[in-house]
Design a protein around this ligand. Structure first.
Ligand SMILES: NC(=O)c1ccc[n+]([C@@H]2O[C@H](COP(=O)([O-])OP(=O)(O)OC[C@H]3O[C@@H](n4cnc5c(N)ncnc54)[C@H](O)[C@@H]3O)[C@@H](O)[C@H]2O)c1
Length: 244
């Protein structure tokens, strides 16, 4: 599959280019697009052949990427994060006309973790649930977007659950709390742990990203999944379901 890479000069874009050049998941580079010096400075400047677009540019590019994908009828993997409600609406509306894969975390492992969390919480409906995420000392946001996605997975099967951020002083635990904790040190790419505990036993589910390449790999797995798909909004859950 020929991959059109938007944001190709960025940290994630470079990982995608490298994997395509190595032929990961039967991929090759259709073109490298980046406003600060790709082969092309914008998507519109490219009119050659491509099977799928992978976008690791910036959330403000959502409209440009969607317009191009619709105009050329090419499926797109939107891997950028931080979209405003307006940008999310643009993505949703474009998905009526072309196939769009959209996920805030491109790691296939995190998608598996979310599924396991749902299964464990459903099996132990009154368990204490705690989420601990660990990242490098340069990370700006806390908790991580992925920790929030994991909390959403808990709430999907336990609607009364709610997040409590850190704990200080005397605070007796409410059974419906999802304790959210953020550790920041060193050069950690990303560790997410979910503890599901009754008084008698504890299940610990843990995912560890070894490098940023995990997100590039996941985006290319998603790109392969999207080739030939009809219009609609797709996510990691769809990809996993179809693997079963
Ligand atoms: N979904 C995931 O799993 C996941 C993982 C990592 C990063 N991200 C997201 O991917 C995005 C990129 O992350 P990064 O760390 O590579 O950032 P980065 O700043 O290193 O790279 C972004 C690149 O996009 C280019 N760009 C910006 N606007 C453009 C435009 N209009 N047209 C073409 N190119 C444009 C920039 O010049 C830059 O080279 C961010 O939104 C980040 O949050 C998502």
């Amino acid at each position: 599959m020929k991959v059109l890479i938007n944001g190709a000069a960025g940290r994630m874009g470079k990982e995608v280019v490298k994997l395509c050049e190595e032929g990961f998941a039967s991929s090759s580079v259709a073109a490298k697009i980046d406003k600060i010096g790709g082969e092309y400075l914008s998507l519109d400047a490219f009119s050659g052949e491509a099977d799928v677009i992978v976008d690791f540019s910036h959330h403000t590019c959502a409209s440009e990427v969607c317009d191009y994908a619709v105009k050329r009828n090419i499926p797109v993997v939107i891997a950028t994060t931080g979209h405003t409600e307006e940008e999310k609406a643009i993505i949703k509306s474009a998905a009526e006309k072309t196939a769009i894969f959209y996920s805030g975390n491109m790691s296939v492992g995190i998608a598996v973790l979310r599924k396991l969390v749902k299964a464990a919480v459903a099996a132990f409906p009154s368990a204490n649930v705690e989420i601990v995420e660990t990242h490098h000392n340069r990370k700006l946001d806390a908790p991580s977007g992925t920790a929030l996605m994991l909390a959403d997975s808990v709430k999907a099967v336990r609607p009364d659950a709610y997040e409590v951020y850190g704990r200080e002083g005397q605070s007796k635990r409410d059974p419906n709390e999802i304790g959210m904790h953020s550790l920041r040190y060193g050069n950690i790419v990303g560790i997410h742990e979910v503890f599901i505990s009754t008084d008698a036993e504890t299940i610990t589910l843990k995912h560890e990203a070894h490098s940023r390449a995990v997100f590039a790999e996941g985006a290319l797995v998603a790109a392969g999944y999207m080739v030939g798909k009809k219009s609609g909004l797709y996510a990691m859950e769809d990809l996993l379901r179809d693997k079963e």
